[in-house]
Design a protein around this ligand. Structure first.
Ligand code: GDG
Length: 472
């Protein structure tokens, strides 16, 4: 029977080393939930790195055995691969370039070589499991070369690829010395998916400019095959967030948080510590709110949850220092004995506390300078049981293409964001509810299950099309 094999850099299980040995915890990411129904069904499997360095063969065997019970197969990365492939080419070359931070990018030949070798390692792991008729769905920027590698080994396989981050304009992409190889790598797939129409357009123009391959309505004819390109905006598991936010556990947390806030309104911000998320811009906008609208002093706090991320990469360390300093300065300048302007947490919170914060917040302030989609914005919407609350969203997040009833802002326009914050805090309840109900209808309908189904159906269709065109 034909199977589906999901491949991503990280597995949907977090393996961690503790004093008591290795622990295995399901990851709560949207991808894991959305694809859960696929990889756990039949003989399907998810291939990826378990997220930590394991070199002892007995320990590797133990990890593999544990994961196999939950339909996963590990790819073990060496310390050099973690440094050069993951922290190096993936997070210090591709991530900054694809998010328009070209001044942050490094261009190391050794990192590129490690990237090619690591993609080959993932390829070998998939080939060990995949039969010639299996469907393979590859995810994200760490594995751009994998579709082509798989295609060479399995010419008839059905291969899908989805990019979770933006695809940059041709002018940015061409900065990369390896841009052609990366595009060719992606073109090994039958179907290539992006979050938005704009990313798709950038990709198509790069393929045309760099490889000389034109397209017709998102269909690229390569010398050997037809490749389909399309936009699939990713959704969330809406019901999971909505029901968790209405649960007893969440309500108990909300009560505790509400008491601690003592009537002070709350603006919420949640993200990984990443320079793409506009955290410093957000802090400056909140400071500007306190400056321009002094009536909000002692009346509103910014609750900022920042989840540690990629702390081995230099720019992330520098950003941590910048954010710490900004928070310290603003709190020192405006804080009083009774009120702390910014409640700042550098850690991740358990799921039921997270949804309690979403439900309690008056405003969600989502200000990335670039973001493929941004699921936080959608999760906030799903948690708003009483439809009160306002979403302020950067127009540079993929999510802004869909969530037009949010208050859309340019994150670098500090003064304007402060004005929009004031607008959100004073928005009549009726308007809040009418905006929120249309946002909810949209996020509920296009959830992560709909997204998965749409992609898989289109992938199956792309294969049928290949066969009827006889280009296979
Ligand atoms: C990439 C793209 C795209 C955060 N803090 C806690 C916590 N989270 C969860 C959120 C959300 C997830 O992390 C973050 O997802 P985002 O989509 O906002 O951002 P990235 O991590 O950058 O994801 C992005 C995404 O891929 C999917 O394609 O949308 O553009 O960059 O689910 O809830 N979860 C818990 N505690 C926390 O403290 N439990």
């Amino acid at each position: 029977m034909a199977r589906t094999i999901i491949v991503s850099n990280r597995l949907p299980t977090k393996v961690q080393r503790t004093a008591d040995g290795l622990t295995f915890q399901p990851s709560e990411g949207g991808l894991a939930t959305g694809l859960g129904s696929i990889y756990r069904a039949d003989d399907n499997i998810w291939v990826g790195w378990p997220g930590l360095f394991v070199d002892n063969p007995a320990e590797q065997q133990h990890v593999a055995d544990q994961l196999r019970n939950d339909s996963m197969a590990p790819v073990f990365l060496t310390e050099t691969e973690i440094r050069d492939f993951y922290e190096g080419f993936s997070n210090s070359t591709l991530w900054p370039i694809f998010h328009y931070f070209n001044e942050y990018a490094s261009f190391e030949e050794a990192h590129w070589e490690a990237y090619v070798a690591a993609n080959q390692k993932f390829c070998d792991a998939v080939l060990e499991l995949a039969g010639p008729d299996d469907t393979i769905w590859v995810h994200d920027y760490q594995l751009l070369l994998l579709p082509q590698m798989l295609r060479r080994a399995r010419p008839n396989a059905t291969i899908g690829f989805f990019l979770h981050i933006p695809f940059p304009s041709y002018e940015l992409l061409r900065v990369l010395p390896w841009s052609k190889e990366l595009l060719e790598g992606m073109l090994g797939a039958d179907l290539i998916g992006f979050h938005t129409f704009y990313y798709m357009r950038h990709f198509l123009s790069a393929v045309s400019n760099l490889l000389g391959l034109p397209n017709q309505n998102g269909q690229i004819e390569t010398p050997s095959r037809m490749v389909l390109v399309d936009a699939f905006p990713m959704g969330i598991d809406y019901e999971r967030y909505a029901s968790a936010a209405a649960s007893e556990a969440a309500l108990a947390h909300i009560e505790t948080f509400r008491e601690a806030l003592r009537g002070v309104r709350m603006i919420l911000s949640i993200d990984r510590l990443d320079y793409t998320k506009g955290i410093a811009q957000r802090l400056r906008a909140f400071e500007e709110l306190l400056k321009r609208y002094p009536e909000w002093r002692e009346q509103v706090s910014l609750l900022m949850l920042v989840v540690p991320s990629r702390d081995q990469v230099t720019q992330y360390q520098a950003l941590k220092v910048e954010v710490d300093e900004l928070v310290g300065r603003i709190n020192a300048q405006y804080g009083t004995i009774a009120w702390t302007p910014i409640l700042y947490f550098y850690r991740s919170l358990p799921f039921d506390q997270l949804v309690a914060l979403y439900r309690l917040a008056d405003v969600a302030l989502v200000t990335p300078v670039r973001d493929g989609m941004n699921l936080v914005a959608k999760e906030f919407i799903a948690c708003k049981a009483d439809q009160r609350g306002v979403l302020i969203l950067s127009e540079r997040a993929g999510a802004a293409q869909e969530l037009s009833d949010a208050l859309l802002i340019n994150p670098t326009a500090t003064g304007k964001v402060a004005d929009v914050l004031h607008q959100a805090l004073t928005m009549p309840e009726e308007e809040q509810k009418s905006r929120m109900s249309s946002l909810q209808a949209l996020v509920r309908q296009y959830d992560v299950f709909a997204w998965t189904e749409l992609f898989m159906n289109r992938l199956a269709y792309s294969k049928i099309k290949q066969l009827t065109l006889g280009t296979d």
